[in-house]
Design a protein around this ligand. Structure first.
Ligand SMILES: [Zn+2]
Length: 319
């Protein structure tokens, strides 16, 4: 399905079967015989077919791919669709040097176990992880994006917005005030802010990146998932409040030293459930990652301290 959004700007709804995200919005920009695809969906047959059919409909033969960030639902098909893939500078380096190695996933597993995630469940989770299963498997050249990405006469400003991922990058059409937000700002759902080995305090990076974009003149926000909307600043304010609430909940949960796995059930998650046990393993994994990010933020602010006991990291309030 191709949807025209503006002159030379189209949206493809790429289905993410089995994911609560439902679909990735891929955008095609066409001008003067040049084409750029922003984000791709998973490395799965149905995603590939959806994009190929859409490109045929648009009569696009050759194109470059730009990925807002390194997650599989945004760059899974990058190598299958183009010879050269543009990404943020930090992001492209991490994909090539880290994300495609088994060491990365092994280290991540150990880190979750150090944060209290039960080890058998963590191992099971790793075998289910969409980020691992539907990732780029083919060889590809990654190029770091410059200040602008040009498509014919259209100029898109690259704005680095670390937080959701270490080098997440948005694109901004200043002339038409279109903002391709990737997963930096979403509506109806909030972007997952998790712990990254490459960021000291990912929530701090994320909040700074929100400030970087909130005053842009934007007519339309074109996100990586769900619907588009107009009021960027209003949504940024809501997301900031959402994280303050989570920080408060995490702090309140620390009535005694606890690891992230123990803190996670005290936080309100945007899921339908009556108790923590009911939550699917994948959602627990993302919830614990997000809890670690919030605890690390509190730690960096000096509001909590941490100690490691018998291989498990416990956080406690500073009195
Ligand atoms: Zn995404």
């Amino acid at each position: 399905m191709v949807e025209k959004i503006a002159e030379g700007v189209y949206r493809i709804e790429v289905p993410l079967v089995g994911s609560p995200l439902k679909y990735t919005n891929s955008y095609v920009i066409v001008d003067d015989g040049e084409a750029l695809l922003i984000d791709t969906g998973f490395n799965r047959d149905l995603c590939y077919k959806t994009i190929r059919d859409a490109l045929d409909e648009l009569k696009v033969k050759e194109l470059r791919v730009f990925c807002t960030h390194l997650h599989a639902d945004h760059m899974g098909l990058a190598a299958k669709l183009a010879d050269e893939v543009l990404m943020g500078k930090i992001e492209s380096k991490i994909v090539q040097e880290v994300m495609t190695t088994d060491d990365y996933w092994g280290d991540l597993l150990n880190f979750y176990i150090r944060n209290g995630f039960p080890s058998e469940e963590a191992k099971k989770m790793l075998s289910l992880h969409p980020g691992r299963n539907f990732y780029v498997k083919e060889g590809v050249e990654f190029a770091a994006v410059g200040k602008y990405v040009k498509v014919g006469s259209i100029r898109l400003k690259a704005i680095e917005t670390p937080g959701h991922s270490p080098g997440h990058t948005c694109l901004y059409d200043e002339v038409r005030q279109l903002f391709f937000s990737g997963d930096h700002v979403l509506i109806d759902i909030t972007p997952n802010i998790t712990w990254w080995p490459f960021l000291e305090d990912s929530l701090s990076s994320y909040l700074q990146s929100l400030e970087k974009v909130e005053n842009l003149k934007v007519r339309l926000v074109l996100p990586g998932h769900r619907r588009r909307w107009s009021d960027l600043k209003g949504r940024v304010e809501e997301i900031k409040r959402h994280h303050s609430k989570r920080l408060q909940e995490a702090l309140l949960a620390l009535d005694r030293p606890k690891n992230a796995w123990e803190v996670a059930p005290s936080i309100t998650w945007d899921l339908v459930y009556s108790n923590w046990e009911e939550i699917h393993l994948i959602q627990k994994w993302f919830a614990v990652g997000e809890t670690i990010a919030h605890l690390e933020h509190l730690y960096n602010k000096g509001l909590v301290d941490k100690k490691e006991e018998k291989g498990v990291i416990k956080y406690f309030r500073v009195s």
